[in-house]
Design a protein around this ligand. Structure first.
Ligand code: DLL
Length: 431
C-alpha cells in the first residue's frame, strides 16, 4: 500500500482526535477574533471558543449555512488582509451571486497536499499522465486537482472539458493513464470512443479515472469501468471546503476517506440539526481544521451520506463516508413521494440497452417523464423490443421510487450533452 504522508494518514485514532481538538480550538479562536459575523453568531448562541473542551462540544456551536457566505460579501468571512490572499474560487449559488471562497498560499499548498494523498492512495505515481478534463477557471475542479497531481510529480494535461474528439486524440497521442472528469461527461466520452471504433483496452493506456463533482450511482461506475476497462475512483468535494479531494476512495473503493486531520465531520438530521447515530444517513456538516484564509465552522453541505465507522483495509485511520446519495436540495416530490435523481439513474444504468444520457422532466406534481437515450441498434429492430424495454424501465423505476413514470425512448444524441455538471432534472412546474 502506498502513502503520500503515511504518518498523517495512519495516525492512531486517539492522536487524530487530539489533533482535531487542538486545531478546532485554534480555528475557533481565529474566527472569533477576526470575523465579526462569527463573533456575533457565537455570542448569540452564548458560546465562546474556550467553552469547547472536547470534540463533542462542537454541537454547542452555531451552524454556518450558505446564506452566511453572503454576509459582508465577498470578504465577510475572511481572516486575512487581502494582500495575503492568492486565489479566489467560486461556486454558483442557486440564485444571484456566486459563493466566493478565498485561499492563502498555505491553503493552496495544503489543498494540493490533500490531493496528493488522494492520488497516491489509488496507486498513482510519477510516470502517470493525468488528463484533467474538468473546467479550469473559477470552478475548483481542475485547478485544485492540477496542483495536487503536480506535487506528486504526475504529468498533467490541462485539457479542460469539451471538444470530445480532441480529448480522445490527447489520450491517444500522449498516452493518458488517468483522467479527471465528471461522470456525465465520462459516459459521453466513453460512448464516442466506441462510436469511433476505438478499443480502449487495446488503443488507449487509460488505467483509472477520478469522477466527481456530481452524484452518480454504483451502476454508472460499473458501466464506465466496463466500457473503458479502467478503475474508477469517486472523488467528493465542494468549493467551500477547497473543492475536490475532501473525500476520496482508496484502492478498496468502499467509501470515501475524509481527511479528518483537516475536516471535522458530523452527520446530522437535516430537519432537527441533531446528530444522527453513527452510520445513519443524514446531512454532512464539515468544519475546516487547517484553513487559514477562510475557515468555516459547522458548514451545512446539504449532501446526504452516512459515516462508515469500521476501519478500512487500506490502513488509513481517517473514517469514510458512503457515496453521496444526493443533495437535500436536489430532491423533488412527485405524488407526495420524495425522489432523488440518482434513484432513477441507478435503475437506468442497470438496464441493458440503455445508453448514456437521460433527463427527468417535471410538468406537474403528479407526473414525471423520464427521457432516456437507448442504443441505436434497438431502433432498427422490432417494435416489440422497444415496447418491452419501455415496460422494463417503467416497472423498475416504479419499484425503486413508488411512482410510475412516463418514459420516452430516444436515439443517442437527442438530449443535450453535458461537459461539466449535468442538468438531469428539468422542472417546468410553475407553482
Ligand atoms: O464540485 C468540487 C469538485 C470538483 C468535487 C471535482 C469533485 C471533483 P462545487 O461546484 O462547489 O464543487 O459543488 C459541490 O457537488 O456539495 C455535492 O453536492 C456535489 N458533488 C461533488 N462531488 C461529488 C461526488 C465541486 N463525488 C457539490 N458525488 C457537492 C456526489 C458530489 N456529489
Amino acid at each position: 500500500m502506498q502513502f503520500w504522508n503515511k504518518e498523517a494518514e495512519t495516525l492512531k485514532k486517539q492522536k487524530l482526535r487530539e489533533l482535531q481538538l487542538e486545531r478546532l480550538k485554534k480555528t475557533l479562536r481565529r474566527v472569533y477574533q477576526k470575523v465579526p459575523h462569527y463573533r456575533a453568531k457565537f455570542q448569540q448562541a452564548k458560546v465562546k471558543p474556550d467553552d469547547i473542551k472536547y470534540l463533542e462540544d462542537v454541537n454547542k456551536l452555531p451552524f454556518t449555512t450558505k446564506e452566511d457566505l453572503y454576509v459582508d460579501y465577498p470578504f465577510g468571512l475572511v481572516t486575512l488582509p487581502i494582500e495575503k490572499l492568492i486565489r479566489l474560487h467560486t461556486s454558483s449559488g442557486t440564485t444571484g451571486k456566486p459563493k466566493a471562497i478565498f485561499f492563502s498560499k498555505k491553503d493552496i499548498n495544503n489543498s494540493a497536499e490533500l490531493i496528493a494523498r488522494c492520488l497516491v492512495m489509488t496507486g498513482a505515481k510519477q510516470g502517470d499522465i493525468l488528463q484533467n478534463s474538468m473546467t479550469y477557471g473559477l470552478f475548483t475542479g481542475a485547478f485544485v486537482m492540477h496542483y495536487g497531481a503536480e506535487k506528486v510529480g504526475i504529468l498533467v494535461i490541462p485539457a479542460g472539458p469539451g471538444n470530445t474528439e480532441r480529448q480522445i486524440n490527447l489520450m491517444r497521442d500522449f498516452g493518458t493513464t488517468m483522467i479527471h472528469i465528471t461522470p456525465s461527461y465520462a459516459l459521453y466520452v466513453a460512448s464516442v470512443i466506441y462510436d469511433k471504433g476505438i478499443d480502449p483496452r487495446r488503443d488507449l493506456k487509460l488505467k483509472r479515472a477520478y469522477l466527481g463533482a456530481e452524484p452518480y450511482s454504483e451502476e454508472t461506475r460499473k458501466k464506465i469501468e466496463d466500457m473503458l476497462g479502467i478503475d474508477i475512483y469517486n472523488c467528493y468535494g465542494l468549493t467551500e471546503m477547497n473543492g475536490p479531494g475532501v473525500g476520496f476512495e482508496c484502492k478498496y473503493k468502499a467509501g470515501l476517506h475524509i481527511w479528518e486531520d483537516n475536516f471535522l465531520m458530523e452527520v446530522i438530521n437535516p430537519d432537527t440539526g441533531e446528530p444522527v447515530k453513527e452510520g445513519e444517513i443524514g446531512e454532512l456538516v464539515l468544519t475546516t481544521l487547517n484553513r487559514e484564509a477562510m475557515p468555516l465552522i459547522r458548514y451545512r453541505t446539504r449532501d446526504l451520506t452516512r459515516i462508515i465507522p469500521q476501519p478500512c483495509k487500506c490502513g488509513r485511520t481517517h473514517r469514510r463516508i458512503s457515496r453521496i446519495l444526493g443533495r437535500s436540495d436536489d430532491m423533488f416530490i412527485v405524488k407526495g413521494v420524495n425522489i432523488f435523481p440518482q434513484q432513477i439513474e441507478q435503475v437506468l444504468m442497470s438496464i441493458k440497452g440503455v445508453a448514456q444520457n437521460y433527463q427527468i422532466v417535471l410538468e406537474s406534481y403528479d407526473e414525471m417523464t423520464v427521457k432516456v437515450e437507448i442504443d441505436r441498434e434497438l431502433f432498427d429492430g422490432k417494435i416489440e423490443r422497444l415496447i418491452k424495454m419501455k415496460e422494463e424501465i417503467i416497472d423498475k423505476i416504479r419499484s425503486a421510487t413508488m411512482v410510475k413514470p412516463k418514459v420516452e425512448l430516444l436515439e443517442p444524441g437527442t438530449l443535450p450533452i453535458s461537459e461539466g455538471k449535468a442538468k438531469r432534472v428539468i422542472d417546468n412546474r410553475t407553482i
